[in-house]
Design a protein around this ligand. Structure first.
Ligand SMILES: [Ca+2]
Ligand SMILES: [Ca+2]
Length: 169
C-alpha cells in the first residue's frame, strides 16, 4: 500500500476462505511494516474470523412409545396393536413388533419379528402393528410381545426404545 501525500486512510481486504465445517473462531494479527524508516506505525490490530457453521448433531433422537398395556390374541391378529411414538427431533423410525423370550407359542427364538414398519417422524406418529406372520397355535396363557423403535436422525445418531405389552388369550 502506498499512501499519497496528504492521504491518511487506506482500505484493504483480508480474504477469508469459507468452509462448511464447524470450527473455533480464529484470530489473526494484522500489522503494518513501514517501507520507509522515517514512518512509524501504530499497534497491531486483531481480526477475529467468526465461524458461521452450526455445531454437528451428536445427540440421538429420543423416542417414547405409548401403547395399551395389554391386548387379546384375537384383537392382535385381526386389528393389530396401535402405538403412538413421539420423537424429540426429526428421525427415521424402524418400528417392529417382536415376540419376547417367554412367548414360546409365537417364537422359539428371542426377537422373532412379527411385523416391521419404516416411517419418518418429526413429532408424534401413530402406527398400527399387525402381525404379518401367522400366529400358530393357541397359547394356554397370556404372553408378551414388545414394540421396538429404532430412531435415527439425519446425522446418523441412533437410539432404541421398547415397550412390552401382554397378549391375553
Ligand atoms: Ca467453518
Ligand atoms: Ca440429533
Amino acid at each position: 500500500m502506498t499512501f499519497a501525500a496528504g492521504e491518511t486512510t487506506k482500505t484493504f481486504t483480508v480474504p477469508v476462505t469459507d468452509d462448511t465445517t464447524d470450527n473455533a473462531d480464529r484470530r489473526l494479527t494484522l500489522s503494518l511494516r513501514p517501507g520507509d524508516a522515517l514512518v512509524t506505525v501504530g499497534a497491531n490490530a486483531t481480526l477475529t474470523v467468526t465461524d458461521d457453521d452450526p455445531a454437528p448433531d451428536r445427540t440421538a433422537p429420543k423416542a417414547t412409545i405409548k401403547a395399551p398395556p395389554s391386548t387379546t390374541r384375537s384383537s392382535l391378529i385381526s386389528k393389530g396393536v396401535k402405538a403412538t411414538i413421539t420423537v424429540s427431533e426429526a428421525a427415521k423410525l424402524e418400528v417392529s413388533l417382536e415376540g419376547t423370550p417367554k412367548s414360546a407359542v409365537l417364537s422359539a427364538a428371542y426377537g422373532l419379528t412379527l411385523v416391521t414398519r419404516s416411517l419418518d417422524a418429526s413429532a408424534t406418529r401413530s402406527v398400527t402393528l399387525k402381525p404379518s406372520r401367522k400366529l400358530v397355535g393357541k397359547p394356554r396363557r397370556a404372553f408378551k410381545v414388545r414394540i421396538k423403535v429404532v430412531a435415527t436422525d439425519t446425522a446418523g445418531n441412533r437410539s432404541t426404545a421398547t415397550r412390552t405389552l401382554t397378549v391375553k388369550r
